[in-house]
Design a protein around this ligand. Structure first.
Ligand code: CMC
Length: 391
């Protein structure tokens, strides 16, 4: 069968070449299309960043407006899709609803199941980026037993999302500018991270020539777990336990060291000195709480826990530092987002990255179906045992 390289978890396997995102884990460097994440975080909006990731360049004013217009055009869901929400129990996890409804976009847009032109791609990408917001907000409303709020084309991307989440009949939710900026920053920092598990899943599904909606829906499922996009919810649960007195910071670290559980929001396959996204989010969490006068005791616990872990040999020896998920939950809480929606928020942010990678793979003429090998450890050949002879 030939020689097989054994690389569990693909720690050293490059599965593709890509020109989208650069990560240097030793030095804590992250760049989207060559632009340092710090510059984008300071100056760009999520929508400009989405354009950059998908099309390779920052948009001109006219291009940004064109994208905004098409996102507004695409924000409504087909009323047929609305009925999908009825089929879920009210405590159904919003990630399950999100992946199912994103996949169901495909049959409602059969002309986009095969993408053959740049125009088709733009339309499909805009549909997903715009509608994922509506789907996510409606998954939340469904769980709350609240009426669905339709998107308002006059509002910007982030304001519109918060409107669909929090407005009630006759009372429009008015977020502060600081809240809107924090949400845009949260999405921007999650927008891509090269070949992580969910992005690789999207590329793997694409490699079978599956459509964009199905591929992205698979990415949502891959993101869901606690070691990936579910970690942000795990962090808040852990901080809440400490806050409620169920365990102290030292007890928490001791139990982590005994490997009873992992310190959520810590560690990364690639970053071995610091995660630049965590650095930006730590400051953003501070700034946002200061500007809103909101004092979240979980931020103080997070800072204390991070400092204690980073002065402990167990964590320093293993090069474990706070990752993007460690501080992000503090921002989401201040936006009134419940914990079970945290991975959904990650998914909305990651959408431009998944779409850019799907397109890069789709355009790659040398692309092949992804088909990893294995080291077989099962039985040697054996003879079939007839049913009556089995003990
Ligand atoms: N808490 C305690 N120990 C840890 C942690 C952690 N968070 N992360 C890694 N380790 C230990 C692990 O036990 C192992 O120790 P030992 O050598 O004694 O067996 C060593 O560090 C290497 O761990 P690994 O599992 O081989 O590392 P990995 O690169 O396969 O895993 C990770 C990366 C992110 C899954 C892991 O660090 C982790 O589970 N972190 C907690 C979950 C989390 O925060 N995930 C979000 C990641 S960033 C955003 C995203 O991609 O979604």
């Amino acid at each position: 069968t030939g020689y097989i390289t054994y690389d569990p978890g693909y720690a050293n396997t490059g599965s593709c070449s890509s020109s989208i995102t650069f990560v240097d884990g030793e030095n804590g460097i992250l760049r989207y299309r060559g632009y340092p994440i710090e510059d984008l975080a300071a100056h760009a909006t999520f929508i400009e960043t989405a354009y950059l990731l998908i099309f390779g360049e920052l948009p001109t004013r006219a291009e940004r407006q064109e994208l905004r217009d098409i996102l507004s055009e695409q924000e409504l869901l087909h009323e047929g899709l609305r009925h999908h929400f009825e089929g879920f129990p009210s405590n159904g996890h919003p990630m399950a609803i999100l992946s199912a409804v994103v996949n169901a976009l495909g049959p409602y847009h059969p002309d986009l199941l095969e993408i053959t032109s740049k125009e088709d791609f733009l339309r499909a990408a805009a549909k997903i980026i715009s509608k994922v917001r509506t789907i996510a907000a409606w998954a939340f409303r469904k769980a709350q037993g609240l009426p669905f709020v339709y998107p308002d084309p006059k509002l910007s991307y982030c304001r519109n999302f918060l409107h669909m989440m929090h407005s009630i009949p006759y009372k429009q939710f008015e977020p502060t500018d600081a809240q809107v900026r924090a949400l845009s920053l949260f999405f921007l920092l999650h927008a891509d991270h090269e070949q992580n598990c969910s992005c690789s899943t999207v590329r793997m599904v694409q490699s079978t020539e599956a459509n964009l909606f199905a591929s992205v829906s698979a990415g949502i499922c891959a993101l869901w777990g606690r070691l990936h996009g579910g970690a942000n919810a795990g962090v808040i649960e852990m901080l809440q336990n400490i806050h409620d007195g169920d365990l102290s910071i030292q007890e928490c670290l001791e139990r982590v060291k005994k490997k009873e559980f992992r310190l959520m929001g810590f560690g990364h396959r690639i970053y071995k000195s610091f995660d630049p996204r965590a650095k930006i989010l730590r400051q953003a969490a501070h700034d946002m709480l200061a500007s809103t006068g909101n004092d979240d005791p979980l931020l103080d616990i997070a800072l204390e826990l991070a400092d204690a872990a980073m002065s402990d040999e167990y964590f320093t020896e293993r090069k474990l530092y706070p990752n993007v998920d460690f501080y992000s939950g503090i921002i989401l809480r201040a936006l009134g987002i419940p914990v079970n929606m945290f991975p959904v928020m990650f998914a909305i942010g990651r959408m431009p990255g998944w779409i850019a990678h799907w397109n890069e793979a789709n355009m790659d003429e040398a692309g092949r179906i992804h088909r990893p090998r294995q080291i077989y450890t099962g039985n040697k050949p054996r003879k079939y045992i007839p049913l009556d002879s089995r003990l």
